[in-house]
Design a protein around this ligand. Structure first.
Ligand SMILES: [Zn+2]
Ligand SMILES: [Zn+2]
Length: 253
């Protein structure tokens, strides 16, 4: 976080906990989100170990020392789950995960009990209605995305982009500020190298299908700046397809 304001407000009772890593030329977000539930605060993703103290401080500044009432984790990679155990030590909350039936069961990993969520299932969590869509792009087979019906927000596990050092807290709500193809492409090539094998046309179709199935007003990547408004989300998806086309074309000998 780059100034003293705890988190960035998004529409629909969502706070973006904008923690990021500075890299050599650009920055990489690993940013959980906090939903304001009628029955208590819900954390989407748990953030990375490096940001543990900053996240605890930020969450307590926002909701008080009782902390969160629930957390939802998209998949078991460390930058998404590493703080779950520490948060259990200080707050009493219910954990919802996609991987409770896998070899990385949260209980086995020392995170304590959790509720397993199924793809396409819808449930109420702290009074908010949440569905767990099949993502069009994953790096672990059990990964689920998290869709909040109240805010029409899609939280996307690993699909994301880098940002410039002056854009750590930028919310994209103007076409002039749209994420560049290069920031999507370079993130993919570092974090998700298998994107060179993707069929850009199929990826484009999957994103169209997702927009038909879900009313999207907020696109909320864990690894990237949030994007607000359905037309900007559509243009982001177009850039995403452009980025994977460039990656694929460069990989063809
Ligand atoms: Zn990740
Ligand atoms: Zn940054």
């Amino acid at each position: 976080m780059t100034d003293n304001t705890p988190a960035v407000n998004l529409p629909g009772g969502i706070r973006w906990l904008d923690t990021c890593y500075p890299m050599e030329q650009r920055h990489h977000h690993i940013s959980p989100y906090l939903l304001d539930g009628p029955e208590g605060p819900v954390l989407v993703e748990a953030g990375s170990l490096e940001h543990q103290n900053a996240l605890i401080e930020c969450i307590e500044a926002l909701v008080g020392p009782e902390g969160i009432d629930a957390a939802i984790l998209s998949h078991y990679d460390l930058p998404h789950v590493a703080n779950a155990r520490k948060f259990y030590e200080i707050w009493d909350y219910d954990l919802y995960t996609s991987f409770s039936g896998t070899s990385a069961n949260p209980e086995t990993l020392g995170m304590g009990p959790s509720t397993g969520c199924m793809h396409d299932e819808t449930r109420k969590i702290c009074g908010r209605t949440i569905t767990f869509p099949w993502p069009p792009l994953v790096d672990a087979a059990h990964t689920m995305w998290i869709y909040d019906h109240e805010a029409k927000a899609m939280f996307t596990g690993d699909m994301g982009h880098y940002h410039a050092s002056d854009a750590c807290r930028s919310v994209i709500d103007d076409p002039a500020d749209m994420v560049s193809v290069d920031d999507i492409r370079s993130y993919n090539e570092d974090a998700l190298p298998f994107t060179k094998y993707l069929d850009p046309a199929k990826m484009g179709d999957a994103l169209v299908e997702l927009r038909e199935q879900y009313d999207l007003e907020i696109w909320a990547p864990v690894h990237g700046n949030p994007i607000i408004g359905s037309s900007l989300i559509e243009s982001y998806h177009e850039r995403y397809v452009e980025a994977i086309t460039l990656t694929r074309d460069a990989a063809i000998p």
